[in-house]
Write a protein that binds this ligand. Structure first.
Ligand code: AMP
Ligand code: MG
Length: 518
């Protein structure tokens, strides 16, 4: 026999209550491992409106991300556990016990113009769940109208939901800060866009979905008390180091500036074009947020505009870093009322933005030098980088393939990278300089190739790859989305059996217009 003590029968009341609940409502008790924090709801009515999601009729799983579930510390079979009712909850059919769904209010500048009140027009914050990575907000996108829907229907189509799901996860695995995506649920519910499509709901995950526009909203309406509460909320939860600074607001602005600057460097280095960099689509945590008509560059074109509604090219690829700074000015403007006397406040705010001008170029150079496989830092490196980019732009050379193939370059034989250039003489001239530069730091080809393949992805979410997954899903084959996700989860690995996903875009993709309706 053993010495296990007898069960303690006199349990504290709270545990007894849980046991009773389990007996009467086993499903809810089993779903209870999710501990909800609902801190945004606690900020008060000025910040959000509580409301329930609207169910998708007869929902189905389109895709789930194991990696995102692991981030939350959830069991591998979370989506299939009957007690979790995850399909029902994540298609808007019922809330998880303990969550207090709400839509948040924000405003913003769209295409450089003040757009007034926007807000979560089709998203619902379910609250924050405790996770091994800290509190994580869960948000449904496409779960029905809210008080902020304006003329919209509150829905998201399957096409844009698959794109957002895949790109969120792809960016994470590329090492780029982003909101995550846990799942997409879909339904036959018709949704009218340019044509009739079907509805879907994406479950997004992030430490915070707060945007620059949240701050602009309260500043614009002169609600300085609410503005101060929001700032306190963000500092306490996400930037606690700013609390003890001489000027906590300037410190906060400085931190957001740095994160935005490095995010822009990440985007430029990988060839990612966001497409709708309005201030309501800028995360205060420096995350990539709100995936709409985004695109990864195929042929390198600095002027590439991926949003077909962006007639002026405001959000062209090469303009993104400047727009990032423009947006930071809008955030700074919103914080000014809390920063004291007008003149001193503007001075402190401008000073807080100043690091952008050094952090961004330094971060981009560091990334591009690493992409070239350089270890030491030489004065002439910037010219080598600039001339490489000019070469790529001149021939509209495929951006991802060029960098990846450059990893296998050697001085005696440039290898397959050379085949990408129509102007071979121009490539050869640059290659001579590159070879000399590598020799100057006694670069070992095999080691350099390994290094370069860890920073030059083989697989990115090109438009045609997303389109193939969408077409398959429209035809009822949801498996294609998760198969593509598996490839994108290892963007730097060779995955020879998946090489087709790393090919040039097919001819039909040249004419692919990514609609900004979503
Ligand atoms: P976006 O351009 O997707 O970042 O959205 C800009 C604003 O429009 C946000 O306030 C969205 O919530 C809102 N919005 C976009 N599409 C819809 C929709 N179908 N229904 C309601 N609101 C929407
Ligand atoms: Mg948005």
């Amino acid at each position: 026999m053993n010495d296990v003590p007898a069960p303690v029968l006199d349990r504290p009341a709270v545990l007894t209550a849980t046991a009773t609940d389990a007996a009467t409502r086993p499903d809810e008790a089993a779903a209870a491992p999710l501990r909800w924090l609902n801190t945004y709801a606690a900020l008060g009515d000025a910040f959000s409106t509580r409301l329930a999601a609207q169910a998708l009729p007869e929902p189905q799983w389109v895709a789930t991300s194991e990696s995102c579930a692991a981030l939350l510390g959830w069991p591998a079979d979370w989506a299939d556990r009957p007690a979790w009712r995850a399909l029902e909850v994540l298609s808007g059919g019922a809330p998880w016990p303990g969550s207090e769904p709400l839509a948040t209010v924000y405003s913003g500048h769209q295409f450089g113009v003040w757009a007034g009140q926007l807000g979560d027009g089709r998203a619902l914050l379910l609250g924050e769940v405790a996770s091994p990575a800290g509190p994580m907000e869960l948000q449904l996108k496409g779960s029905g109208p809210t008080p902020y829907s304006r003329m919209g229907d509150g829905r998201a189509v399957l096409r844009s939901s698959i794109r957002e799901f895949l790109c969120s996860e792809a960016m994470h695995h590329l090492g780029i800060p982003t909101t995550r995506a846990l799942a997409v649920t879909g339904s036959a519910l018709p949704v009218r866009r340019e044509s009739i499509e079907t509805a879907a709901v994406v479950t997004r995950v992030a430490p915070s979905f707060l945007r620059f526009g949240h701050f602009e909203h309260f500043a614009h309406h002169g609600l300085h008390g609410e503005l101060a509460r929001l700032v306190d909320f963000v500092i306490d939860r996400h930037y606690p180091e700013c609390r003890d600074a001489a000027n906590p607001l300037a410190a906060l602005l400085g931190q957001v500036t740095r994160r935005t600057a490095t995010l822009m460097a990440d985007w430029q280095a990988v060839g990612f074009c966001h497409g709708v960099m309005n201030t309501d689509n800028m995360s205060v945590l420096g995350l990539t947020i709100d995936y709409g008509p985004f695109g990864f560059l195929d042929g390198f074109d600095p002027g590439h505009v991926c949003n077909h509604s962006d007639h002026q090219g405001r959000y062209a690829f090469a303009r993104q870093p400047n727009v990032g700074l423009w947006n930071l000015h809008a955030l700074a403007q919103a914080l000014l009322p809390l920063m004291g006397q007008a003149e001193a406040a503007s001075e402190a705010a401008l000073e807080a933005l100043e690091p952008y001008r050094s952090v961004f170029p330094a971060a981009l150079s560091a990334r591009l030098r690493a992409k070239l496989g350089l270890v030491a830092e030489h004065d002439a490196d910037q010219a080598l980088i600039d001339d490489w980019l000019t070469l790529l732009a001149a021939g509209r050379t495929d951006y991802t393939l060029a960098w990846r193939r450059l990893a296998d370059f050697d001085a005696a034989d440039a290898g397959p990278v050379r085949d990408l250039f129509i102007d071979r003489a121009a490539f050869d001239a640059w290659a001579l300089r590159y070879a000399a530069r590598l020799a100057a730091e006694q670069s070992v080809d095999a080691e350099r190739a390994l290094r370069m393949k860890r920073v030059n992805p083989k697989y990115v979410l090109r438009n045609h790859l997303a389109e193939n997954a969408i077409r398959a899903a429209d035809g009822g084959d949801y498996g294609a989305t998760e198969r593509l996700l598996k490839v994108l989860e290892r963007p730097f690995d060779e995955q020879p059996e998946r090489s087709a996903y790393a090919d040039f875009p097919p001819d039909w993709a040249q004419h692919l217009e990514v609609s900004c309706s979503s």
